[in-house]
Design a protein around this ligand. Structure first.
Ligand code: PMP
Ligand code: GLN
Length: 389
């Protein structure tokens, strides 16, 4: 019996995501996983309890297509209370299966083949894949280690008459950069000049550290941007429950409706009981959010001190789950190969920054380490890394 030819699968060039590949290997080899960004501790007890209660109360069948009313309302309340952004919960919010589906729905809904999307690189891996699925072209603007500042000339040069969308991420994976208000205003100005939409991935919005020089500024809160911005959030990051896969997108009703039309044929609906629990979570008082960020900040410090004490130059993140180090002084000039060998060689998993970049040469010695891990796990990871030198 012969197997039918596969032809050219649409996303063949993207292979298996590096996160899945590294985590599978880390787990097979019992390596310390500083690769994939997920916390190894549970989120707030109130949120976990709300999920149990939602199951016990029988919220176990298909939820409504746009999301359960309690969560739509909670997202609208959250945007108003934290950022002064007004949303109609019934037409301007859509619940998705994680931020990943929000990104896919929006990109597939709003791009026409040949449209260009401006993205900063390094960029989160699903951006390139979904832009490719939609037949769009990405135009990347480099952020450079270690300060990751926006180069205005490079940003301007990335825009053209074909620009349909800017796909922004702040706080940023993998760099930990929090875009300043000035940088966001520049992006906003260029988007308006080119009549482009802005899709802003703000999944790390509540994970900004107290010593960040800039707070998180939502793009939709800037003057003149509400009407051209779609904002994406995720319970996974906000409440340390990455397995729940509850995300959302909010913005102008016509854009949200376009995303909803795609979403209904991707997953239809998802994460029923966890939607109720996320609604409870978003309504919790601010100290709960502050505590999660404070714990993460201590973990960041622990990993930064450890890496620095091994003589590695790092860029200290202002938010999010990751620290980037430059391993050039250790003789690493192909971080992809180095990271590939690391679990077997030293019992640690890490991610080369080149998987987030089109210009792989400029990041060839950079490695991303996740700091969202318990102190003893970070310490063990650092001990093993020291031996890999
Ligand atoms: N955007 C960014 C920047 C991310 O880092 C991630 C993954 N953690 C996602 C989106 C996907 O989020 P989710 O797990 O909610 O799908
Ligand atoms: N966002 C996480 C990371 O960057 C992983 C999510 C995923 O595996 N898709 O590590």
């Amino acid at each position: 019996m012969t197997t039918p030819s596969l032809g050219h699968p649409t996303l063949a060039e993207f292979g298996t995501t590096i996160f899945a590949e590294r985590s599978a290997l880390a787990s097979a080899l019992d390596a310390v996983n500083l690769g994939q960004g997920f916390p190894d501790h549970d989120g707030p007890a109130e949120v976990l309890e709300a999920a149990r209660a939602a199951i016990a109360e029988g919220h176990n069948q298909y939820p409504p297509g746009i999301g359960v009313p309690a969560l739509l309302q909670a997202v609208a309340d959250h945007q108003r209370d934290w950022y002064g952004i007004d949303l109609d919960p019934t037409s301007q919010v859509l619940v998705t299966v994680g931020a990943t589906e929000a990104i896919a729905s929006v990109v597939l809904a709003l791009l026409r083949p040949g449209d260009e999307v401006v993205v900063f690189e390094p960029y989160y891996d699903s951006y390139a894949a979904t832009i490719a699925l939609a037949g769009g072209d990405r135009r990347t603007v480099p952020l450079r280690f270690p300060d990751w500042a926006v180069d205005e000339a490079a940003l301007r040069a990335a825009f053209s008459s074909r620009t349909r969308m800017v796909l922004l991420n702040s706080p940023h994976n993998p760099t930990g950069k929090v875009f300043t208000r000035d940088e966001l205003e520049l992006v906003a100005r260029l988007a308006r000049e080119h009549d482009a939409l802005v899709v802003t991935d703000e999944v790390y919005e509540h994970l900004v550290f107290t010593d960040s020089p800039t707070p998180h500024v939502p793009m939709a809160s800037l003057p003149g941007m509400h009407e051209r911005t779609l904002t994406i959030g995720s319970a996974g990051k906000t409440f340390s429950v990455t397995g729940w896969k509850v995300g959302w997108v909010s913005g102008p009703a016509d854009l949200v409706a376009a995303a909803r039309a795609v979403k209904q044929f991707l997953t239809y609906v998802g994460s029923g009981p966890f939607q109720h629990a996320t609604a409870t979570g978003l309504g919790l008082p601010r100290p709960v959010f502050d505590r999660i960020a404070a714990d993460l900040q201590a973990q960041r410090d622990r990993l930064c001190v450890g890496l620095t004490s091994m003589g590695l130059p790092i860029s200290r993140p202002d938010g999010g789950y990751f620290v980037i180090a430059d391993l050039a002084d250790w003789g690493v000039d192909d971080a992809l190969a180095w990271c590939r060998a690391l679990p077997e060689r030293a019992g640690v998993a890490a991610i080369p920054v080149s998987v987030f970049s089109d210009d792989k040469e400029s990041v060839r010695s950079l490695v991303r380490f996740a700091h969202c891990k318990r102190p003893e796990v970070l310490d063990e990871g650092l001990r093993r890394l020291a031996k890999a030198r």
